[in-house]
Write a protein that binds this ligand. Structure first.
Ligand SMILES: [Zn+2]
Length: 257
């Protein structure tokens, strides 16, 4: 049996189950083929190294044609893609005449030519995979908004809630979106819920930001709402009475500054 061709060994190194039973036996007994697989597997491992790329994405189909173009090849070898196949061609291994023809292994090109471009292809693939992974990481990084604290408030207890306390922080993202993070420490009676409001300084108007579940919540500040016109953060105790208006029972309150 002749040595297993480079493409098949490379796919094996990439973890593809491409060997037929005869090739499997050959790989077990042939140091040369085993060494090639080990070398390629090392290249693959270094490209997949967790320190270099925590998350790899599968390359898009056009990657093969880009690799191909980079290397100035004339024809895209479609058997490089897992599961790919092409028509059988003449067996071209040197000295292969004394071996039985292998109908199940597709030869792509004369051995000398394959050996010349295969290492470059592996390197180019590794570079592309790393580049794609890097791009994904960069994109993920840039999605995380850089938030700036633009105002904050200490929330003082109202007389009916002497043991309550709280605070509020207004954050603004680079794209101008504002959110307010409110935390309240106060006993929570059964059968009521808490709601966060922005009030006018003279309590002549108010805007509901939403329901506070637990002790801390993050709320969007409506676009266009002027915080200078509604500078007071208020957290109310609300009965489950279906009335959307402020209950009048404020737990904590404080001005943004
Ligand atoms: Zn061999």
């Amino acid at each position: 049996m002749p040595h297993i061709d480079d493409e098949t060994l490379a796919l094996r190194a990439l973890g593809e189950d491409v060997l037929d039973p005869g090739q499997r036996l050959h790989l077990d007994d042939c140091p040369a083929c085993a060494r090639t697989v080990a070398d390629l597997a090392r290249a693959v491992d270094s490209a997949r190294s967790p320190s270099a790329a925590p998350e790899l994405v599968p390359p898009a189909p056009e990657v093969w044609s880009r690799v191909h173009r980079e290397l100035g090849l004339t024809e895209v070898p479609d058997t490089l893609a897992p599961g790919g196949a092409s028509g059988a061609s003449e067996h071209a291994d040197a000295g292969g005449d004394d071996e039985a023809p292998r109908a199940d292994v597709v030869e792509l090109a004369p051995a000398r030519e394959r050996r010349a471009w295969w290492p470059a292809l592996v390197a180019a693939c590794a570079a592309l995979v790393l580049g794609i992974a890097g791009g994904v990481l960069w994109e993920r990084r840039s999605v995380e908004p850089a938030e700036t604290t633009v105002a904050s408030a200490v929330l003082d207890p109202l007389p009916a809630w002497p043991d309550a306390s709280g605070e509020a922080v207004v954050q603004e993202t680079a794209d101008g979106r504002r959110q307010i993070v409110v935390s309240v420490d106060a006993p929570a009676p059964e059968g009521t819920y808490r709601e966060v409001w922005l009030l006018r300084a003279d309590v002549s108007g108010l805007v509901s930001l939403g329901i506070l579940e637990g002790t801390e919540g993050r709320f969007d500040v409506p676009d266009g709402l002027d915080l200078a016109a509604y500078p007071v953060v208020d957290v109310s105790e609300e009965p489950l009475d279906g009335d959307p208006a402020h209950s009048g029972d404020s737990v904590v309150r404080g001005p943004l500054a």
